[in-house]
Design a protein around this ligand. Structure first.
Ligand code: PRX
Length: 651
């Protein structure tokens, strides 16, 4: 929990020019939303979105949780992000790209317009992509990834980005679930000055049953790749011929914009669906409020476009508001832990947004590195993806922010589309490691899952949102039941289902919210969500694994690490433990990717189960943390197993 005694007030000078200048203004906005919810959202939707046709209804929740926002409204998200800025900002940098090896590229709004239009024409003319088609994007962090997203948005195709660290199997599952006919990829890219490959992963993900008909390959590292004639096409060749004008498709406010697969509590990832108007509205509003980016500012978010943070806060949010967004291909600790601060100095970055894992690594590897650079341009520092611990927060605040920058600890998820709980940099007094308050318009509340009542101060409850908001998840692709059950099944307030995030949270005496972590079987490794069931399913593919249970274990850098308890099929014990661990990790790499590799693997003779066969994960979590077992184990099928496992772990 946050230390409630330490409070840092917003920088006065900064607050004077901020969009939301103080807590009275914050409260006034939240009161307005509470009293006239539709007036609040309708007003902002009219003001912020460049509508082709105006909407006729703000919100329809008659079929809750299938909610519709801004019905009747027509728009195009790529036009919202590009075309409407051309009058005022055509020569302004839209994207500043820095490659792994330090190569740089500035793309103005006018250039972005041309590039996206050409890309859109290519998809339409050469690949026959139409409105509603799903396009999988498997790309490194290069500007073409943003062009691909915006080109899809321009022609009404639904993109589904798969993070470049996922394996061929994981990519294949996502391609098939979305029934995507097109994949956009690159030969590869650079990491730590060495080329790495993506195209071979795409090749391995497409078999004869695959729905994929065409693959578009962007040249980045110019390494040789296999080529399937009639299926694979070179972007660099095709794009030369394309016209730089492509009419933006007229989209309904509730047409799907993208899918993004994320882990849940079952083995199969969910295709989270976001739609057009509500998503882009909140992406833009939160950019303006939470980062308070000004016309001449340069903003950098270190995420990857493969995650929701990259979608909302590298591409859609910044471009919708006409900002300059930095895109970085490399590794922030390479060649050393001064890299991000060198970039801040060189690009005069004003807002810097990263994950606690990165902050912890930068702290550990280069505590005093920030002082070696002129990073005085920084005004707002952001953090996202996992709970941040007070020591990392303090270092960020003092060493990076020189005790003058606000830290916005932004709490949200793939499903919320944009921030839901966060400080406002010019208004909210901040406390270390505390996400503070719901943003204006968001009815966030910590509820008791049993009674649906708001919990008391200091009492742990479930983080919920009690009213639908514009950027709320619209569905799980192809699975309505899972959508309803996953998010609207656990908590009821006044008898009505509310959105449950899956996270626990607690109020302090000022009503501030501290997120305490997931309440389900989802592990947060370096800010990446991994379902334990997903990792278990991959481990089970190893022929010698009989049973497996995966739990989270606190990790000094990654926040949480993956701890696997494995029962092997052969009882002879493990001939060579190191080899067995290696072999199982190879299976995980193949099924999911490097991000799911286990930090700890222990071979045990059995798992603690109830008589009905349920694995008692709480016991396994406690053992992984080396904690006392406080719960009654006499009801287990075999109580002696607990001691045995403890001995194995301590070995
Ligand atoms: O557990 C919460 C944690 O990350 C989860 C969402 O993961 P994902 O959908 O991958 O999106 C990550 C980027 C938004 C949440 O359920 N989380 C996210 N932000 C925070 C956080 N936990 C604590 N504090 C945060 N600021």
């Amino acid at each position: 929990m946050s230390n409630t005694k330490e409070v840092f007030k917003p920088n006065k000078k900064f607050a004077q020019n901020a969009r939301i200048k103080n807590m009275c203004e914050y409260q006034a906005l939240q009161d307005f939303a509470t009293e006239d919810y539709e007036g609040f959202w309708g007003g902002y939707a009219k003001e912020k979105i460049d509508w082709i046709e105006p909407f006729t209804n703000v919100m329809d929740e008659s079929n809750f949780p299938f909610v519709k926002w801004f019905e009747g409204g027509k728009l195009n998200v790529s036009a919202q992000c590009i075309d409407r800025h051309l009058d005022k900002r055509k020569n302004k940098a839209a994207i500043i790209f820095e490659g792994d090896r330090g190569d740089k590229q500035v793309i103005t709004y006018l250039e972005l317009y041309y590039n996206v239009n050409k890309f859109a024409n290519l998809l339409k003319e050469d690949f026959g992509v139409k409105k509603g088609d799903r396009v999988v994007i498997y790309m490194p962090m290069i500007p073409e990834a943003a062009y691909a997203m915006l080109a899809c948005a321009r022609i009404g195709a639904i993109h589904s980005i798969v993070f470049g660290g996922f394996s061929a199997e994981a990519l294949k599952d996502r391609i098939e679930d979305a029934d995507a006919k097109i994949v956009i990829t690159a030969d590869g890219a650079f990491r730590k000055e060495k080329p790495y490959m993506l195209k071979p992963v795409v090749d391995a993900a497409i078999d004869e049953k695959s729905p994929v008909e065409k693959v578009l390959v962007i040249e980045r590292n110019n390494e040789d790749v296999e080529w399937v004639a009639g299926r694979d096409y070179s972007y660099n060749e095709l794009i030369k011929e394309k016209s730089a004008k492509c009419e933006a498709e007229v989209m309904d406010a509730e047409d799907p914009l993208f899918l993004l697969y994320t882990s849940g509590s079952t083995g199969k990832p969910k295709g989270v669906q976001h739609n057009q108007a509500g998503y882009i509205l909140w992406a833009q509003m939160t950019m303006e409020w939470v980062f308070d980016v000004k016309e001449n500012d340069t903003y950098w978010c270190t995420a990857d476009v493969g995650w929701i943070t990259g979608h909302t806060y590298i591409v859609y949010g910044p471009l919708a508001m006409g900002a300059t967004t930095v895109m970085f291909e490399g590794v922030i600790t390479y060649p050393d832990a001064g890299r991000p601060w060198k970039m801040v100095e060189e690009h005069r970055i004003n807002q810097f947004y990263t994950a606690p894992t990165a902050i912890r690594v930068l702290h550990k590897m280069g505590e005093h590195e920030p002082a070696n650079y002129d990073i005085s341009s920084l005004k707002v520092l952001g953090t996202v993806g996992e709970p941040i611990d007070p020591p990392a927060w303090k270092w960020y605040y003092e060493e990076v922010g020189a005790s003058k920058c606000a830290i916005v600890d932004t709490y949200w998820q793939t499903e919320t589309g944009g921030h839901i709980v966060s400080p406002l940099p010019g208004a909210t007094p901040i406390k270390p490691a505390c996400a503070t308050l719901s943003l204006p318009g968001i009815m966030g509340e910590i509820l008791d899952p049993q009674t649906g009542e708001r919990v008391e101060v200091g009492e742990k409850g479930y983080m919920c949102v009690t009213k639908p908001w514009p950027s709320m998840i619209r569905g799980v692709w192809g699975d309505e039941e899972r959508f309803v059950k996953s998010y609207f099944g656990d908590v009821k307030k006044d008898g009505k289902a509310v959105y449950f995030t899956g996270d626990g949270a607690v109020y302090d005496e000022d009503g501030y919210i501290t997120i305490t972590g997931r309440t389900d079987d989802v592990i947060n490794v370096s800010g990446h969500r991994m379902g334990t069931a997903e990792v278990e399913a991959s481990i089970k593919k190893h022929p010698n694994v009989a049973e497996v249970a995966v739990v989270a274990k606190p990790h000094a850098i990654k926040g949480e690490g993956i701890f696997a308890y494995i029962v092997l099929k052969s009882d002879d014990g493990v001939a060579d433990e190191v080899e067995e661990v290696k072999a199982i990790n190879e299976v995980i790499k193949k099924e999911i990717g490097n991000i799911a590799i286990c930090d700890d693997m222990v071979f045990v003779s059995g798992l603690p189960k109830t008589r009905s066969g349920k694995i008692m994960r709480r016991i396994l979590r406690a053992i992984a943390k080396n904690e006392e077992i406080t719960q009654d184990i006499s009801t287990l099928e075999d109580p002696s197993i607990v001691k045995k496992i403890q001995n194995m772990v301590r070995k």
